[in-house]
Design a protein around this ligand. Structure first.
Ligand SMILES: Cc1cc2nc3c(=O)[nH]c(=O)nc-3n(C[C@H](O)[C@H](O)[C@H](O)COP(=O)(O)O)c2cc1C
Length: 172
């Protein structure tokens, strides 16, 4: 059983968006090989419009190039990217996406694809919190077992370390 099969089995009903791509980083890649229904909902498209596309289809005028460059760098060196991007839905509405993307590999050192957990966040009113994502809070949270497991894995980690410079990119 591959990791993708495991995610297909468990990710379907998970309220957080999951998208998996192949390992081809340069244009026209990466190519989406799997997305769960929460991801389809997040980006406002049917899954059959998403599979086979590149995640770049969500980008628009206010998607910050500097953040995409940081994203690209992380993909190239096989590191985690955890940051915030302005993305666009099919109907043109924009939203803030928190993206936690990691390389997938069965053999150490050989990246076979990427998986990202994505969710919509909104800016907090008032001062940023010291912990829990700083300026942003999730639009919805899950309280199911798998959601807890993801938190256990540090997905969307809210540890203070993530709020330091190496953590999420605070881009407006
Ligand atoms: C699994 C995965 C999910 C991604 N999700 C998004 C996304 O939601 N929004 C976005 O703007 N870019 C997303 N990207 C990043 C783009 O695909 C692309 O890598 C980025 O634009 C940097 O590459 P470029 O410098 O060639 O544009 C994702 C990439 C991967 C591998």
């Amino acid at each position: 059983m591959t990791i993708v099969e495991i995610i297909r089995a468990f990710g379907r009903d998970l309220p957080v968006g999951i998208v998996i791509t192949d390992a081809s980083i340069e244009r026209p890649g990466p190519t989406i090989v799997y997305a769960n229904s929460a991801f389809g909902h997040l980006v406002g498209r049917d899954l059959n419009e998403i599979i086979g596309q590149t995640p770049r289809f969500m980008q628009g005028k206010e998607t910050r190039r500097a953040t995409l460059d940081a994203f690209h760098h992380a993909l190239r060196v096989g590191e985690r990217f955890h940051g915030f991007l302005t993305n666009y839905r099919a109907d043109g509405t924009k939203y803030r996406a928190e993206i936690d993307c990691r390389p997938l590999s069965n053999v150490p050192g050989k990246v076979e694809g990427f998986i990202a957990f994505e969710r919509e966040v909104v800016r907090r009113i008032g001062r940023p919190f010291e912990t829990h994502g700083g300026r942003y809070e999730a639009v919805s949270t899950s309280n199911d077992l798998l959601g807890d497991a993801l938190r256990g894995l540090g997905v969307f980690s809210s540890s203070e370390a993530d709020l330091r410079p190496s953590g999420p990119k605070e881009i407006l």
